[in-house]
Design a protein around this ligand. Structure first.
Ligand SMILES: Nc1ncnc2c1ncn2[C@@H]1O[C@H](COP(=O)(O)OP(=O)(O)OP(=O)(O)O)[C@@H](O)[C@H]1O
Length: 349
């Protein structure tokens, strides 16, 4: 007799196949992702391609809707892209099942991936690291699953993950239940190859510095990108079995971004701050010099955009907060705060 959960998943898949046509607006999704993920157009395009293939029903029904491996340096938008996919397809950027594979590096924690075996505490409750509703979605909504820093997981977890990537199912260790990933987009992130990319970048800059004035043209850039792809593939090939890599539909390489992209990201983050303040009746007016200052101070190619947020807090949010409490120690009457750069620091008044 088939498991009840199997029946549920079969129904789930049929229902998913019957999603009303037009529910996925490719252009709107692409524009939404591009507005939030800056300087990584090839990565956004690759994800939109995968979503389109799956929505058109081209994907193998016995596997996840797509298995995508996102690789590249820290702070370049890998996790953020998955969050934005969840925002586009589900209830918001937090509406996804995120599994921190770094936390499953040791064998005794690794067991939580597929739950407790029979006879162990928790086996009846079928606990695992997965939130079923976010993995399985429903008739109109796909699941979104993110396995972060996949290279850090214990080998037993990687073996179980293979099941997920291959059959779109995870049999829980209690032997009685399964979680279906067949209606999910599965994303995996990894920093493998990043050290090599950084080394290549340094070498490139050294060569360029030697030839002062010789700016990289489109051809040189394409050549460098191809070299980056090859460096990442080599690092992945050294670490993962071919068996694992063969189950990935596409490997998407994120690249380090430049100061111009960092300035645009700073502007997006500032917009977010303005929205938060507006909810408290504070209108923040920011001079163009502010995002430039934040990008200049907070951006470091090694840490990507991670430093930007920290810098935004210390360089802009703190003086703005001080201005708000100075001018409006209590109450909620609307005020306008202007922020501009004076002698290298943000002045808010
Ligand atoms: N390309 C980008 N466009 C817009 N914002 C970005 C981009 N990259 C990074 N950010 C910002 O930086 C923060 C950190 O980025 P994110 O978590 O996506 O990094 P990551 O590539 O997943 O790094 P890690 O490998 O360390 O997990 C995000 O919350 C986002 O605000």
């Amino acid at each position: 007799m088939p498991y009840l959960t199997d029946r549920y998943h079969d129904q789930n898949r049929e229902a998913a196949a019957a999603r009303p046509p037009g529910a996925f607006d490719r252009d709107a999704v692409a524009a939404g992702l591009r507005a939030r993920i800056l300087g990584q157009d090839p990565a956004v395009d690759a994800v939109v391609r995968a979503l389109t293939l799956a929505t058109a029903g081209v994907a193998d029904p016995a596997r996840p809707l797509a298995n995508l491996l996102l690789v590249g340096p820290t702070g370049t938008g890998k996790t953020e892209l998955v969050r934005q996919v969840a925002a586009q397809l589900r209830g918001g950027p937090e509406d996804l099942c995120r599994v921190d594979m770094g936390a499953l590096a040791q064998e005794h924690y690794a067991a939580s991936f597929s739950g407790a075996p029979p006879g162990y505490a928790g086996s009846k409750e079928a606990y695992s690291v997965f939130e079923r509703s976010k993995v399985e979605g429903d008739a109109y909504t796909p699941g979104v699953v993110l396995f972060d820093e996949v290279e850090k997981a214990h080998p037993t977890v990687l073996r179980a993950l293979l099941q997920v990537l291959d059959n779109g199912e995870l049999r829980l260790a209690n032997g009685q239940e399964r979680i279906s990933f067949r209606n999910s987009y599965v994303f995996l992130t990894s920093n493998l190859g990043s050290a090599e990319l950084a080394r290549r970048r340094r070498a490139r800059w050294r060569r360029l510095a030697d030839r002062l004035g010789d700016r990289p043209g489109a051809f040189t850039r394409r050549l460098a990108e191809r070299g980056n792809q090859a460096a990442v593939s080599a690092a992945l090939g050294d670490f993962f079995d071919t068996e694992f890599l063969n189950r990935i539909d596409e490997t998407i390489v994120f690249t380090e971004f430049d100061t111009e992209t960092a300035t645009r990201i700073a502007a997006v983050e500032i917009e977010e701050l303005r929205r938060r303040l507006r909810r408290r009746s504070v209108e923040l007016v920011v001079d163009d010099s502010v995002p430039e200052l934040i990008a200049e101070r907070g951006f470091d190619p090694v840490y990507g955009a991670r430093g930007l947020r920290r810098c935004l807090r210390t360089a802009l949010a703190e003086p703005v907060a001080a201005a708000v409490v100075r001018r409006r120690p209590s109450g909620r009457e609307p005020i306008t705060v202007r922020a501009r750069v004076v002698a290298g620091v943000v002045v808010a008044e």
